[in-house]
Write a protein of this length. Structure first.
Ligand code: DQA
Length: 140
C-alpha cells in the first residue's frame, strides 16, 4: 500500500515554529516514527511552500498512491486550486491539521479542501498524521 504525505507552507519549520501551537518535534523525526509503526506502508513525502508544486504533487500521487494525507497549511484557507486538485484525483485524501484550527482565528475555520476530502483530522498534534494513515489503511 502506498500513501503520500504532502505538507504545505511553513511546515518545514516544525520544531522551530510557534512550538506552543505546533510542538517541538520536526516532521522528519516524527516521520521516522510513523514509518516504523507502518512497515507495510510505502510512504512518499513531499513538502513545499509553493502552491503550484503542491497541486502538481496531488495530481501525481492522486492517480498512483492508495491515499494522500494532506496538510495544506495556510493554503487550506485560501486555495481554490488545491481544493480543485483534491476533487480531481481518484485517491482518497485525508485533510490533517496539527492545531485545532477551530480554536484559532476565524479565517482558519474555512477550508477549500474539506468538502472534497474523505475526512478531516484536527487538533491532535503530529499524531493526527498517524490517525490519517490508519484511516487509509482501514479503507483498503
Ligand atoms: C495548520 C493550520 C493552518 O491554519 C496554518 O496556516 C498552518 C498549519 C495546522 O497544521 O494546524 O500552517 O494547517
Amino acid at each position: 500500500m502506498k500513501i503520500a504525505i504532502i505538507n504545505g507552507p511553513n511546515l518545514n519549520l516544525l520544531g522551530k515554529r510557534e512550538p506552543d501551537v505546533y510542538g517541538n518535534a520536526t516532521f522528519e523525526s516524527y516521520f521516522e516514527t510513523l514509518k516504523e509503526r507502518y512497515p507495510a506502508v510505502e510512504f512518499e513525502y513531499f513538502q513545499s511552500n509553493i502552491e503550484g508544486e503542491i497541486i502538481s504533487k496531488i495530481q501525481e500521487f492522486g492517480f498512483s498512491a492508495d491515499g494522500i494525507v494532506l496538510n495544506a497549511a495556510a493554503y487550506t484557507h485560501t486555495s481554490v486550486g488545491i481544493g480543485d486538485a483534491v476533487k480531481a484525483v481518484s485517491a482518497p485524501v485525508v485533510e490533517v491539521h496539527i492545531s485545532n484550527v477551530y480554536q484559532r482565528e476565524d479565517f482558519r475555520h474555512e477550508s477549500y479542501i474539506s468538502a472534497h476530502a474523505v475526512g478531516v483530522i484536527v487538533g491532535f498534534g503530529l499524531f493526527g498524521y498517524e490517525l490519517a494513515v490508519q484511516s487509509l489503511v482501514e479503507r483498503t
